[in-house]
Structure formats: structure tokens, C-alpha cells
Design a protein around this ligand. Structure first.
Ligand code: WQD
Length: 338
């Protein structure tokens, strides 16, 4: 007996595909919608190899109101998880309108579609980037949001605000905002992983590409910060841990346990690692040195950010299972067979 039929937007993307696997393994029925802007249809084969289920994907551009309405008029969902968005910080600086148009219109069309069919349960993919350069660490859900560092981060702040306002006007519409820290790693099976259309820019995939000889070197963006070794601190969370948190969030929504609407959760493991420590993790796991050099700071980087995850553990029952070596081991295995 299925626990319910869930729409996963961006279901062939990096976090989306891992979440589809976790939902299927937890007795949900899943429908994906993805226009393959930053993913590949072959991911559906990987999901099928892991779960034995051939997930249907609708290649719909959710920022198109008419196309989105047709999707919701032809399917009844018990809830939705909304990943579909443009997510490159750097690209958002050069193409702000594309980011506002796509990320905000897609969200508005998903909310409208769910409301039209009377199923108001939505898990929204937000980001730790809404905290900007936080004054206090670790950041809790009560830490004030600060000025966004990029149009991308601002679309996440606006997405949160849209849901706060909509849920206030429609209390029967239940939402959860999940603020991701730094997702990394790949599914332990090696069948799915990070395979974006654009060249990798995040630290872990850049490291594994250098390790595999697909890139000459990694440039560490600054080692003169006020941190334990001078390089920036981030909270790296295994993508499979992040995926399972979405399943728990959906069950939380469907059980009506929520005491706030929208409910808000940080999803980081609660530990900060420096860039150089992540490099050491690769060298440990791959048993080979990594070729890297020290370069100038990257504009927009915050010095350090990591989560207080106690609320997600307390209210969702979420406990991360993987550490940075697991992240690196699965990312490295994925890179080598990619
Ligand atoms: C991590 C650290 C870099 C590449 C990103 C998104 C953000 C959110 C979380 C979705 C930083 C350093 C990196 C390199 C380096 N995602 N680095 N050399 O910027 O923390 O956040 O993931 O919500 O929106 O931007 O991730 O992997 O780019 O950087 O030194 O070649 O690694 O300076 O300190 P970031 P990142």
C-alpha cells in the first residue's frame, strides 16, 4: 500500500534523483517533472536499477503557467517536493532575470497547481545561503537571514517569503522549508550521482575531477581567512542523508505533527570542515595526493557557515549516517565510473 503519490519537481537532478530513490524505498509512489535543463534522462535508468521502479518523468517547463496547469489538471498528488530551480551562484550574478523568472515563476505555478487540485502539502528546497555571512555559528533556524550574497540566494529568500505569505492566507496549505548546507557525494550503489549539464564548480566534484585527471588542478580560493587553517569552513552533507530528510519531512507534513506553517529546518550535519580538510579526506580515501594550488579569495564566499541540526533531529527524527570520508568515497567511485 503506497503512502501517497508525490510529485518531485527536478526529479532527475542531483538531489531530486536521490530523493526519488529514498521516497520509493519508503513506500511512496513518485511522479517526476523535469525539463532536463541541468540533468539527463538517463538518471531514470539509474533510479530503476536501484529501486526496480521505472519512474515517469514529465518534461514540462514549470515556469510556463499553461504547461504547469495541464500537469496538475491531469494528476492528483498527495504532496510535492519542489527542487526544480536554477542553482549556480556565479551564473545568477550574470543572468539575474533568468533566475528570477525561472525560480519564482516555477514556485508560483507549483503552488497554484497544488491548490487547484486541493492537495496542499509542499516541501521547498531552500538554502543555507539565505543566512549570508551569519554573525553567530552554528546557525540555527532562528538565526536571522542577512543580505543575500547573490541573485540565486535572493530567489531562495523570496521563495521562503512567498510561502510564508501564502500559508498565512491559506492555513490549509502546509509547507516545509528545508535549508540545505553543502550537499556532496553520490548514492552508495554508484548508479546515480552528481552529473550536472554545466561544468562542476562545487568543491567536491572539482576535487574528484582533478583526482581523475579530468582537470589539471584545484585552486583553493584563499587560505588567509580567520579559520583554523586559513581556508573557508562549510557543512558538507551526504546527498543520501539529505534525500532521506525529505522523506521524513513529507511524512511529518502528512502526519499533521507540524506546529508551525511553514515549518523550517536546517539540513547540515552540524560540523564545519575547511577546504584543506576536505582535500585531506580525498587523499585519505583515494590513497593518492591531490594536485592543488592556493589562489585568491572568491568574491561572495562567506568565511564559515555550518548548521545546528538539532531541530531536524528532534522534530523529524533525522540523523545523518554519512561522514566526509563516506562523501569522498562515494563521490570518488562515481567520478571514476562516470
Ligand atoms: C565550498 C568551499 C569555496 C571550489 C554552494 C552553493 C550554495 C549552496 C551550497 C545550494 C568554498 C571552496 C570551491 C573550488 C575552492 N547550494 N572552493 N575551490 O559556495 O559553499 O555553496 O553550495 O543551495 O548556494 O553556492 O559551495 O562547493 O562552491 O564552495 O576553494 O574550485 O570550497 O571557496 O569555501 P558554496 P562550493
Amino acid at each position: 500500500m503506497s503512502k501517497g503519490k508525490i510529485l518531485v519537481t527536478g526529479g532527475t537532478g542531483y538531489i531530486g534523483s536521490h530523493t526519488v530513490v529514498d521516497l520509493l524505498e519508503n513506500d511512496f509512489e513518485v511522479v517526476s517533472v523535469d525539463n532536463y535543463h541541468n540533468s539527463k534522462a538517463g538518471v531514470l535508468d539509474g533510479i530503476e536499477e536501484i529501486t526496480g521502479v521505472r519512474v515517469a518523468n514529465h518534461t514540462v517547463d514549470l515556469s510556463d503557467a499553461v504547461a504547469a496547469a495541464k500537469l496538475f489538471d491531469s494528476n492528483k498528488f498527495d504532496g510535492a517536493i519542489h527542487f526544480a530551480a536554477f542553482k549556480s551562484v556565479g551564473e545568477s550574478v550574470t543572468k539575474p532575470l533568468a533566475y528570477y523568472r525561472n525560480n519564482l515563476n516555477s514556485l508560483l505555478n507549483v503552488i497554484t497547481g497544488l491548490k487547484r487540485q486541493g492537495s496542499g502539502r509542499l516541501v521547498f528546497s531552500s538554502s543555507c545561503s539565505v543566512y549570508g555571512n551569519a554573525d553567530e555559528l552554528p546557525v540555527t533556524e532562528a538565526t536571522p537571514r542577512k543580505e543575500a550574497e547573490s541573485p540565486y540566494a535572493r530567489t531562495k529568500q523570496m521563495g521562503e517569503d512567498i510561502l510564508y505569505d501564502y500559508c498565512a492566507a491559506h492555513p490549509d496549505f502546509a509547507a516545509i522549508l528545508l535549508r540545505y548546507f553543502n550537499p556532496a557525494g553520490a548514492h552508495p550503489s554508484g548508479k546515480i550521482g552528481e552529473d550536472a549539464a554545466a561544468p562542476a564548480s562545487n568543491l567536491v566534484p572539482v576535487i574528484t575531477e582533478v583526482g581523475a585527471g579530468k582537470r589539471d588542478t584545484l585552486t583553493v580560493f584563499g587560505n588567509d581567512y580567520a579559520t583554523r587553517d586559513g581556508s573557508c569552513v562549510r557543512d558538507y552533507i551526504h546527498v543520501a542523508d539529505l534525500a532521506h530528510a525529505h522523506t521524513l519531512a513529507l511524512e511529518y507534513l502528512m502526519s499533521d505533527r507540524a506546529t508551525e506553517n511553514p515549518a523550517l529546518f536546517n539540513l547540515g550535519i552540524g560540523e564545519g570542515l575547511t577546504v584543506l580538510e576536505v582535500i585531506r579526506a580525498f587523499e585519505r580515501v583515494a590513497d593518492q595526493p591531490l594536485n592543488y594550488d592556493i589562489g585568491p579569495r572568491r568574491p561572495g564566499d562567506v568565511v564559515a557557515v555550518y548548521a545546528d541540526r538539532s531541530k531536524a533531529t528532534r522534530e523529524l527524527g533525522w540523523e545523518p549516517r554519512y561522514d566526509v570520508d563516506d562523501i569522498m568515497r562515494t563521490a570518488w567511485a562515481w567520478e571514476q565510473q562516470r
